[in-house]
Design a protein. Sequence first.
Length: 389
Amino acid sequence: MYGLSEEDLQIQARARGFADELIPFEDEAERADGELPPDVTAAHAKRARELGLHSTNMPAELGGGGCTSLQQVLVQEQMGRVTNALGWVAATPPSWLPAVATPDQIDRYVRPAIAGEREECYAITEEGAGSDVDAIAATARRDGDGNYLLNGVKWHVTSYNSADFAFFQARLDGGPHHGEHAMFLVDLPSPGVRVVRTPAYSHTISHHHPIVAFEDVRVPAANLVGAEGDGMAFAYEWFRFERLMVAARCLGAAGRLVDEMTAFAAARVVGGQPISEYGLVAGMLADSLTELFAARALVYETARGIDHGADVKVSHAQCSMAKLYSSEMAGRVADRAVQVFGGRGYMRENVAERFFRELRVERIWEGTSEIQRMIIARQMTKRTPARLA
Ligand SMILES: Cc1cc2nc3c(=O)[nH]c(=O)nc-3n(C[C@H](O)[C@H](O)[C@H](O)COP(=O)(O)OP(=O)(O)OC[C@H]3O[C@@H](n4cnc5c(N)ncnc54)[C@H](O)[C@@H]3O)c2cc1C
């Protein structure tokens, strides 16, 4: 099905097997605020690397997997079958970075990230700037010694508690590019970087999303990514990739839920017959699989387009469509799965309950559903719908 090559099927099977190894740890993680013992997490990360599931998106010449976009989707889809973010050990370091990084940055950040020795986090969103990234107030100012002084308060900095460097996006204060954006690499910890607070979120995962203040943080000019004024371009490229991977993980989540709720509905006898034989329940099962099939076809086709060199604007719109449809589909499937499981579906030990909470953010981060719709509609009027789908 889906015209996958032998190589595609092999990496998909490896990822599926690894996801099946992680699933038994979900309940323990759920009961411990998402945390597993550090040696267990380290073993999972090691296994992901051994299986070639880590850095699938990074160039082979730098030690990455060098996988096609479709293969990256196949791997992330399987990781999406696991709750509590346990599949995040199959990490995807910033694939946009090698093309713009200096040789020094490749050595200090890219290679170690690919080897699993360093981990990044993104400090872009602010209290007054989420959907509208251009509204950021953080600043970067050159001091007399050729360093930059960074200031700003960033929100929702995912994985700050495990990361050892951050991408910090700021508006340039002074100089020829005054007012434009720039992106910086900030080593963690660094003087002047502090956690303001760590709010609790709906999901139960070990990766925190603190509010982080950057106060007169001094970074060398060597930590500027690309050139002054380039900042927004990097964010857009990353959004394209991440939106496709969000879509892929939503496929996996929905697939797991479809499997689990189908098995439950076939086995659960109420009123003398399996609940799957009641039309109202059968309808929930059938709608879920039908929508999953549609989403998978959309996501795989979008990935194939990228692999075949599709126009970047077309891919941008298609990645938005993939994320929009898959995240909304997975949300509907999770809601139905809770319903099919009945009271059991409301228990935190049940996969449907966990996904019901966890999947909600897929419609918010990496651009909300409303923003995806705006992007798609804008491309429709610029390029005609026929070029996009
Ligand atoms: C768990 C989590 C982790 C995150 N991790 C990170 C991270 O690691 N790094 C990082 O930088 N950010 C991160 N974010 C931030 C995330 O990307 C933003 O929350 C998201 O982009 C939305 O921005 P906002 O929350 O400011 O909402 P707002 O932009 O304030 O939007 C509020 C509402 O208005 C709607 N809206 C806004 N603009 C429009 C428009 N033009 N048209 C129609 N509707 C509109 C939105 O769709 C939404 O419904 C994370 C968020 C969460 C919840």
